[in-house]
Structures are given as structure tokens and as C-alpha cells.
Design a protein around this ligand. Structure first.
Ligand SMILES: [Zn+2]
Length: 343
């Protein structure tokens, strides 16, 4: 199995997470992807490739032009302003009774294009964001060729990003870009299976009214977990997309016994759709040892998860999403991919 990876993600560093009234080092840190790629190298799973370059037209298949301009320019505008701080982040959102009007102020733009305060920008962010998207898009190109399996070691992650909002550490929606690229390459039906601990609200929203890309997500119950405002069972798609979005909200403490039951149902739904390719949004934050989450999936379970998903038996691109146990994210990723390859 080939892996696609770029060192550019290291430019998106020095990030801070809000914790009450303080800021602390972000859980979404460069060590995550560095440990994943080190584990892939040690595992001998296969070749590691640099991503290809793509022009904006690829990103514009999913994202809005004004949002892309914002992502490219926000850091320079922040530096040119009288704002202070090493991270550019919003403090004002478009709330009740306010208007979605254009603003020239960089802090206003941050509020317009962010749905939360967890996704800051630093000097190298755009280069890292673009490279992460290119990693996923290169994975899609491999599947259009002769490859049956590929792993896109993306950082920053993507599944929370919508067509024109960043949030949840995500800026461009890498798995959606890959799925759209596979569609544009001629595949009639694509399934996206999101196994990150958090609901992939961006991916759901992007494809919600479409019947050519089925979106299926297993995640912590949003009534008690981020992203709170999407990811419920009654979200089944709309218009011609009705029936093509499937959510499995699961309680805190979910272990492999109950997870595997939901996964089996998810896999059956995907198989009945007969996709021509599968994109797996792989979050490792379902791990029992993850310091930020509340599921009980073990390292051995990740291999079982990969084996179970292999039964879908179509060309599969795995896209890295979350996972915040820096010490274990590499091992758990390799176990998942080994299970997928051997299953
Ligand atoms: Zn997550």
C-alpha cells in the first residue's frame, strides 16, 4: 500500500487551543503526523510518495472561491493589522439577528469563515493546508490508476471543514476533495466512511443533497460531544440525497463489542449502495488511550476495524483525520492499515 505524505504540515505549528480563559498547546500538533509517518516507515507497509501539485480548480469543486481567498490571505492580513498574537483566530461569530455581510476587517473575516475558535492560522498554515489537500487528491489519483489501496497521511485534518467554514482543526475537507476527484474521474458512486471519534459535520453538509456520494459516520453522540450541532441519527440526507447520509451516534464508553455491531450495519449500508470506490476518514481518536475522548477502542481493535472494512472490497483511499494520543497514533494507524490490507 502506498502512502502519500508531505513534510509541509510542520509549517502549521505553534498552534494554541482555547481552554477556558487560557490558551495551551493545541492537541492538533505536528508530532501527530510525524509519528504516523515514522511508524509507516518502520512497518515496511510500502512506498511513501510526495503529493502532486494541483491548481485551485480542484479545491473549487468543493470549496467556495471567497473562502479559498480567505485561507490564502488571512495570515498576511493579520500581520498587516494592529492585531496582536501568534495565532490568528476569531472572536466574533455571525450570531442571532446579525447579517452575513462582507467585511474588510481580518478579525471579522475570521468570524465569518470559522464556526468555532479551534482552528487558528500561523505564517505557514496555508502551505500546510494546501499540501494536506494535495496529499488526499494524490491518493485519489492513485486509485484512478492501478492502486486498490492508498493511505493519505494528511495534516491538518479535514472532515469538519465545510464548503466555506473552517473549524475543528480543519480548513479544506480532504476526504471530500478526494471523493469528488474520484467522481470527476468517472466513478459513478463513492462512499465515505468516517470512523473518527467526532462526527464529520463538514463532509455530511457538503454531500447532504447528493445521491452519488454516500456519507456514513460512526461517532460519539453529539448531544454530549463536539461538534454538538450535527451528527444525529435523524439526519438522513435531503432532496435527492435523502437516504444517502447515515449517522451512528454512540455513547461514551463504547468498546469494540458495540462499535463492531454498528460498523457491521454501516458496512452493510455501504455495500447495498454498490460504490465504485471507498474513502475512509480515519480518526484514531476512538482509541481508549486518547487523552481527549471517551471510547474504548484498543490497538488490536484497529486491526479488526481495518479487516472489517476490507470486506467492502472496492478500491479504498484512507485519509488521516483526528487522533490525539501522540505516542500511539502511529502504531494504531499501522494496525488499521495492516488489517485493511490483510482483511
Ligand atoms: Zn476527531
Amino acid at each position: 500500500m502506498k502512502t502519500i505524505y508531505s513534510d509541509d504540515h510542520n509549517l502549521h505549528s505553534g498552534l494554541l487551543d482555547p481552554r477556558g480563559f487560557e490558551f495551551r498547546e493545541s492537541s492538533e500538533c505536528p508530532a501527530r503526523a510525524n509519528n504516523v509517518i515514522d511508524a509507516i516507515r518502520e512497518s515496511g507497509l510500502g512506498e511513501i510518495l510526495e503529493p502532486q501539485a494541483f491548481d485551485d480548480s480542484k479545491y473549487l469543486r468543493i470549496h467556495e472561491p471567497d473562502y479559498l481567498d480567505f485561507l490564502k490571505n488571512v495570515w498576511d492580513e493579520w500581520e498587516a493589522s494592529d492585531e496582536i498574537g501568534s495565532n490568528a483566530r476569531p472572536d466574533t461569530f455571525v450570531g442571532a439577528g446579525m447579517r452575513h455581510v462582507p467585511t474588510d476587517c481580518v478579525v471579522g473575516k475570521l468570524g465569518r469563515y470559522s464556526f468555532d475558535s479551534t482552528s487558528p492560522f500561523v505564517a505557514g498554515s496555508w502551505q500546510a493546508i494546501r499540501s494536506s489537500a494535495n496529499v488526499a487528491l494524490t491518493g485519489a489519483e492513485l486509485l484512478k490508476g492501478r492502486d486498490r489501496l492508498a493511505f493519505a497521511a494528511c495534516r491538518p485534518p479535514g472532515h469538519h471543514a465545510t464548503a466555506d467554514y473552517c473549524g475543528g482543526y480543519c480548513y479544506l475537507n480532504n476526504n471530500s476533495l478526494a471523493a469528488q476527484s474520484l467522481r470527476d474521474g468517472g466513478a459513478a458512486r463513492i462512499a465515505i466512511l468516517d470512523v473518527d471519534y467526532h462526527h464529520g459535520n463538514g463532509t455530511e453538509h457538503i454531500f447532504y443533497e447528493r445521491n452519488d456520494v454516500m456519507t456514513v459516520s460512526l461517532h460519539a453522540d453529539p448531544s454530549v460531544e463536539y461538534p454538538y450541532f450535527l451528527g444525529y441519527e435523524d439526519e438522513v440526507g435531503a432532496g435527492k440525497g435523502h437516504g444517502f447520509n447515515v449517522n451512528f451516534p454512540l455513547p461514551f464508553g463504547t468498546d469494540w463489542n458495540s462499535y463492531s455491531e454498528a460498523l457491521a450495519t454501516a458496512i452493510a449500508r455501504i455495500r447495498s449502495f454498490s460504490p465504485e470506490a471507498l474513502v475512509v476518514a480515519l480518526g484514531l481518536d476512538t482509541f481508549a488511550g486518547d487523552p481527549t475522548t471517551h471510547f474504548e477502542i484498543t490497538t488490536d481493535d484497529f486491526a479488526r476495524m481495518g479487516e472489517a472494512i476490507a470486506a467492502i472490497d472496492v478500491p479504498t483511499l484512507v485519509v488521516l483525520e483526528g487522533g490525539y494520543s501522540v505516542d500511539w497514533i502511529g502504531k494504531n494507524t499501522v494496525r488499521f492499515l495492516s488489517g485493511l490490507e490483510g482483511g
